[in-house]
Design a binder for this molecule. Structure first.
Ligand code: ZN
Length: 199
């Protein structure tokens, strides 16, 4: 049987193999230096206050902003968030966001945006008069308008001027994360209007 790896009597092949090994070693050493330089460059930028680009994420990519630190990036992201494109028809909504630096791989803490629905208009500019008369909001007499809801309560209140219902839910759930026990506010205009009329 012939040993195909044998280099006996083949000095040029021996030299080639040695050169190849040296080249591989040199390449690895070069890569290590470049790697260390890259890491140092990341460190330098990350520990500096030089403005750098950050991608902001909510469920997915949301926007790109410029900031000098992870804390500042989160602050700007929270400030710049457009609350108007979220429907609060079914009550409060929550959006969790964070920022990630493209160059340094830094990640900000998670920030939460709570968007409560706007209070609907009352009969005039006088504003709502929120009360909890047992005869209207029901529940138990000692604690009108309060019902158990999971680990919390639902609290109904009535505007004595326009009959709008305001409900505070202390066991609300963020549908996109499943998190429970959040505080949600919702309104139902005219809900108690009839009850107010017949009092
Ligand atoms: Zn009102």
């Amino acid at each position: 049987m012939t040993d195909t790896n044998s280099t006996t009597g083949r000095p040029l092949a021996v030299a080639l193999k040695a050169a190849k090994a040296r080249a591989a070693k040199a390449q690895a050493a070069k890569a290590r230096v470049a790697d260390a330089e890259y890491k140092a460059a990341i460190e330098a930028l990350a520990s500096s206050d030089e403005p750098r680009l950050w991608d902001v994420y909510e469920d997915g990519y949301y926007a790109t902003i410029e900031a000098s630190s992870a804390d500042e990036a989160l602050e700007i992201a929270l400030e710049d968030f457009d609350r108007s494109n979220r429907s609060t028809d079914e009550g409060t909504v929550w959006v969790d966001i964070h920022a990630h630096c493209i160059l340094t791989d830094e990640r900000s803490a998670e920030g939460r945006i709570t968007i409560d629905p706007d209070e609907p208009a009352c009969v005039d500019d006088g504003g709502h008069d929120w009360q909890s008369p047992y005869s209207i909001v029901g529940g138990i007499e000692e604690n009108p308008g309060v019902r158990r809801h999971g680990g919390g309560v639902l609290i109904d209140e009535c505007c004595m001027r326009c009959g709008c219902r305001r409900t505070l839910d202390t066991w609300a759930q963020n549908r996109s994360t499943g998190e429970r026990g959040l505080h949600s506010i919702s309104y139902e205009p005219g809900c108690y209007a009839e009850a107010l009329d017949t009092r």
